[in-house]
Design a protein around this ligand. Structure first.
Ligand code: ADP
Length: 370
């Protein structure tokens, strides 16, 4: 009865909608959802999410757990294998009802498949996926740089604007009460200075508040994917990138493109440092590990000249750079991204040569997992 009501309600939506139990059993779906699953109404409730998506079981299970435990909708890219042509969909899932709220005493999840992410051609999927990944990284990189530029400029310009407004107000106070013409002009200066300040703030906010697309990801996998994107850079200078990844999976709910952007920034800085130190063959090592306090930590260690302690305070200031061609935004952008994900980014004083830059991310753990 309940599921029939859901079906009738969901029929009017053209995007696939799935009603799932927390174990992933598909309890009901609208026609678009059934088409995606490659099944018909009679066959339900047989399919289980874990069985109808490609890739490992882990992705589906972690997605379900994240939906159950998160207060906000959770995004994931799921590739459904049961339809005629495999479809990768950007899905958003959330807890629709808790045990007490349903007639069957179980938690219900609603999953909306909001966009056809890509329909991979089996022959070119790896190359295409890499191409898409690169494009998205470049796009996010540009957006972040613009945001940080706007923030930097807003900061620089706000100070003189505030001073102009303050001088105008002070000048007005010193005026003879009869000098109404000058008073009016000073009011206008004050008003325009404040308006310019608001425009800068709005611009800054607009660029910063772009949609952040969070989904359940696995840290080791995110890091491994960046290796493919930076290896050519490394090889060009006879450097090698080595991965020392944690044995266990490190699940996190993040914007994967932003996090990869951070890893790439740190790798590029490491490679730059090794190039500047003019070492013949250098090794850049990325470590991942789970910390005791339920955070994942990622460390990028290079064999360059290291970062002088005197610079630690300035590293994250926008536009600080020691490179002739540098912009000085990589580290400040990276720190903003990590802080917005609830983590920390910093430098560990290295005992030997080279620099160690690390960041942390809160792990997405289900209750009782340790
Ligand atoms: P950019 O790379 O454009 O200079 P960043 O914000 O990424 O901007 O870095 C700021 C500065 O921090 C660099 O110019 C460099 O002096 C220092 N730095 C960052 N990473 C390293 C590193 N791995 N080794 C040595 N110095 C580094």
């Amino acid at each position: 009865m309940f599921y029939n009501q859901f079906r009738r309600f969901a029929e009017c939506f053209s995007e696939p909608l799935l009603l799932l139990s927390e174990q992933g059993r598909v309890l009901a779906a609208n026609p678009a959802g059934l088409a995606l699953l490659g099944t018909d109404a009679e066959a339900l409730p047989d399919p289980v999410l874990q069985d109808v998506i490609s890739g490992d079981q882990y992705t589906a299970e972690r997605f379900l757990q994240a939906c159950v435990h998160s207060d906000t909708p959770v995004s994931a890219t799921l590739c459904f294998t049961s339809s005629d042509s495999a479809s990768c969909m950007a899905c958003v899932g959330h807890l629709l009802a808790d045990q007490e709220q349903t007639p069957y005493g179980q938690r219900l999840l609603l999953v909306r498949c909001v966009a056809d992410y890509k329909s991979p051609d089996p022959n070119s999927s790896a190359a295409e996926a890499l191409h898409h990944q690169r494009e998205r990284l470049v796009h996010v990189g540009r957006l972040s740089t613009m945001g940080e530029f706007a923030a930097g400029i807003a900061h620089e310009i706000n100070q003189p604007l505030t001073a102009i407004a303050a001088y105008a107000q002070a000048g007005r106070r010193l005026l003879a009460p009869t000098d109404t013409g000058t008073a009016e002009l000073l009011d206008k200066i004050n008003h325009q200075a404040q308006r310019a300040g608001q425009v800068m703030q709005r611009l800054r906010g607009m660029i910063r508040c772009r949609d952040s697309h969070r989904e359940l990801c696995e840290v080791n996998r995110l890091v491994q994917e960046t290796q493919v994107l930076t290896e050519a850079d490394a090889r060009l200078h006879h450097f090698h990138i080595r991965m020392c990844l944690a044995d266990q999976p490190l699940p996190v709910v993040v914007d994967p493109i932003q996090i990869q952007q951070v890893v790439i920034n740190l790798i590029r800085n490491g490679l730059d440092a090794m190039r500047e130190a003019a070492i013949a063959t250098g090794m850049l090592t990325i470590y991942t590990q789970r910390l005791d306090d339920d955070y994942a930590e990622i460390r990028v260690c290079d064999q360059g000249a290291g970062i002088p302690e005197a610079l630690y305070n300035q590293l994250f200031t926008p536009f600080f750079t020691t490179k002739p061609q540098g912009i000085g935004l990589g580290l400040s952008i990276s720190r903003s991204i990590i802080v917005s994900h609830g983590g920390k980014l910093g430098v560990i004083p290295a005992s030997g040569c080279g620099a160690i830059v690390y960041f942390t991310l809160p792990l997405a753990l289900d209750n009782g997992d340790d």
